[in-house]
Design a protein around this ligand. Structure first.
Ligand SMILES: [Zn+2]
Length: 228
């Protein structure tokens, strides 16, 4: 064998040996590697516990979750209270027509000697004798009885002091106490200074001078669409 071939052959053998060594050592190392991996996995907590750890072990986060829950329940209770107060406010300050489907007669401010004050201080609603008259707004009955030119009259004072007056009634159904908007308080008639069955209705903001009831009722969403 020429030296050159032997040298080449030796080199080939060396290369082959190195490859065999690598294969052999790799095969031997594989179980070690797998074992090491098993050990590493065994030492680590299960993935589920890892995921739960921040919630189940963090006192601060549990406390935060409780605080958030309390905030939500407190907010819901506050929302319920706001809705209750709004409903109570609507019921307390809601306005309705004192008569259903009335006719429209003398308006506020008309001048004439037939009125004791020289001009008409309310709005007249015509309706058949005995038609129920309702409280236009909730309040307390602060007067119920005979009142000269007004005939049988009821005054209701609202929580903020506004007054509604109902005159010429044929009969008074409620003489005292609290009434709600829409509650029947009396019946249409023609008592006192009256020339035809009707309800004379007045509005006194804050208990002061009378104002035109029509724009007042309109502003308080009580006027029917057919109103003039
Ligand atoms: Zn009148």
């Amino acid at each position: 064998m020429p030296p050159s071939r032997a040298r080449h052959g030796g080199t080939r053998f060396a290369r082959r040996s190195t490859a065999r060594y690598l294969v052999l050592t790799s095969a031997l190392a594989l179980p070690v590697f797998i074992h090491s991996a098993d050990t590493a996995l065994a030492d680590a907590p299960p993935p589920a516990l890892v995921a739960q750890r921040p919630i189940s072990t963090s006192v601060g986060q549990v406390r935060d979750a409780r605080t958030l829950g309390q905030q939500v329940s407190v907010q819901r209770a506050a929302d319920r209270e706001v809705r209750r107060l709004r409903a109570a406010h609507r019921a307390r300050f809601r306005w309705v027509m004192p008569i259903d489907n009335p006719g429209w007669s003398a308006t506020f401010g008309e001048a004439g000697s037939e009125w004791s004050s020289g001009f008409h201080t309310g709005q007249d609603f015509t309706a058949p004798y005995g038609t129920p008259v309702m409280a236009a707004a909730a309040g307390t009955i602060t007067f119920a009885g005979w009142s000269g030119a007004y005939g049988n009259k009821i005054e209701i004072t609202q929580a903020h002091g506004n007054q509604t007056w109902y005159a010429h009634l044929s009969a008074i159904a409620r003489t005292s106490g609290a009434v709600s908007a829409g509650e029947v308080i009396g019946y249409v008639g023609c008592t006192g200074n009256c020339f035809g069955t009707h309800l004379h209705f007045e509005v006194h903001p804050g208990g002061g001078a009378a104002v035109d009831p029509v724009p007042w009722l309109r502003a308080h969403h009580a006027l029917p669409r057919a109103a003039p």
